[in-house]
Design a protein around this ligand. Structure first.
Ligand code: FES
Length: 97
């Protein structure tokens, strides 16, 4: 799972960013539990958990909420689409920075 930065500036939290952060935190916990199960059953198997961070204003407040996934800015992100965005990112990882 990728590095995810949720904008917690002035506008994003009030426009869905706080809920996105909660959902991402939930996803992170699910990944952690899944990883624990996998490593206890298949110790050689590795699973990358989501790395979740918050930031100050990232710029386009008018398009809140904003989330950066692996360095790519996603604006007006709906809570229903965050899992899809993460899955798509995992399927096509970006070039190393
Ligand atoms: S507060 Fe999120 S882009 Fe400005």
């Amino acid at each position: 799972m990728p590095e995810v930065i949720v904008c917690m500036g002035c506008c994003c939290p009030q426009n869905g960013g706080a809920e996105l952060l909660q959902e991402l935190s939930k996803i992170q916990q699910e990944e952690h539990i899944a990883k624990q199960k996998e490593t206890s059953q298949f110790p050689e198997q590795k699973r990358n958990s989501i790395q979740l961070f918050t930031s100050g204003c990232v710029g386009p407040c008018e398009k809140a909420p904003n989330v950066i996934i692996e360095g790519v800015l996603h604006s007006e992100v709906q809570i229903q689409e965050i899992r899809t965005l993460l899955r798509l990112q995992a399927e096509s990882p970006s070039e190393p920075r």
